[in-house]
Design a protein around this ligand. Structure first.
Ligand code: DGL
Length: 272
């Protein structure tokens, strides 16, 4: 399938988290058609072995390449941390990739006021040490405190956010001693923008909270622009949202973001 300006943008995640990225991409680039895949049947990825994340992630990339995508956004920190380099090596001659780690790290590195920063993400992401390593490369002066917060993504995926249960879980993590005196908190999981309000409320304006949605969508726009692949006119079909299991939470979150007539479709890509 030949790639041109009207080819879709592929975006994927283990579940609903990548919808936070898709929403910002769609808002910034309304002339683009988006094809989303959420692997709701296998979520959470954060607790899986790198080998299994690689297996699932590679299958999804193949699915999106099959849909003729002109760029693929790995809208999951766990997958980005574990397999970004591999997929670029394997599929990079066929399609361009954007991960969610580099845009956020570069955005953070540009901040003048950054001394002590906290990072929360899945076990898989935090175990790789990728944020600490990449941020230190650009800003050796910054003190980075990372913590795996494995309950958060499954909790959000199950629809628990902006309520008393989610607030209690969030507070327990954020009160960890390692986060004393931080001036910025980085949400290194694409599910976490869905609880950003709770996190900001916890800090009551004393700590700036950063996520990747804005930075990633800008990188997608720039990457398409550089290759002359930005669409200036909406020609593609409606945005499509595929999931390996159409869960209640996928349905609800997609509708919250994109309206009740959002196009949701079940896709079994494992038997292909
Ligand atoms: N949204 C994914 C991320 O950014 C993680 C969720 C999961 O554990 O599957 O890391």
């Amino acid at each position: 399938m030949a790639i041109n300006t009207h080819s879709p943008i592929g975006i994927f995640d283990s579940g609903i988290g990548g919808l936070t990225i898709a929403s910002e991409v769609i808002r910034k680039l309304p002339n683009e058609e988006v094809i989303y895949f959420g692997d709701t049947a296998h979520m959470p990825y954060g607790d899986k072995s790198p080998a299994l994340v690689r297996y699932y992630g590679t299958k999804i990339v193949e699915f999106l390449i099959g849909k003729g995508c002109k760029i693929i956004v790995i809208a999951c920190n766990t997958i980005s941390s574990v397999i970004y380099d591999d997929v670029v090596e394997i599929f990079g001659n066929r399609v361009q990739f954007v991960n969610v780690v580099d845009p956020l790290v570069h955005g953070l590195a540009r901040l003048e006021q950054l001394n002590k920063v906290g990072i929360i993400g899945t076990k898989g992401t935090i175990k790789t040490g990728i944020y600490e390593r990449k941020l230190k490369e650009l800003r050796p002066d910054v003190d980075v405190r990372s913590l795996a917060t494995p309950l958060l993504a499954p909790m959000i995926e199950a629809g628990f956010f902006n309520n008393q249960i989610s607030k209690a879980v969030i507070e327990t993590y954020l009160k960890e001693e390692c986060f004393n005196d931080i001036e910025a908190m980085v949400l290194a999981c694409t599910h976490y923008p869905l609880i950003k309000k709770d996190i900001e409320e916890f800090y009551a304006g004393k700590v700036a909270v950063y996520d990747s949605t804005d930075f990633v969508s800008e990188v997608v726009r720039d990457a398409l622009n550089v290759k002359g692949l930005l669409s200036t006119k909406r020609i593609g079909g409606p945005n499509k949202f595929f999931a390996s299991d159409i869960t209640e939470s996928f349905d609800k979150t997609a509708k919250n973001f994109f309206g009740d007539d959002v196009h949701l479709e079940y896709a079994n890509i494992w038997d292909l």
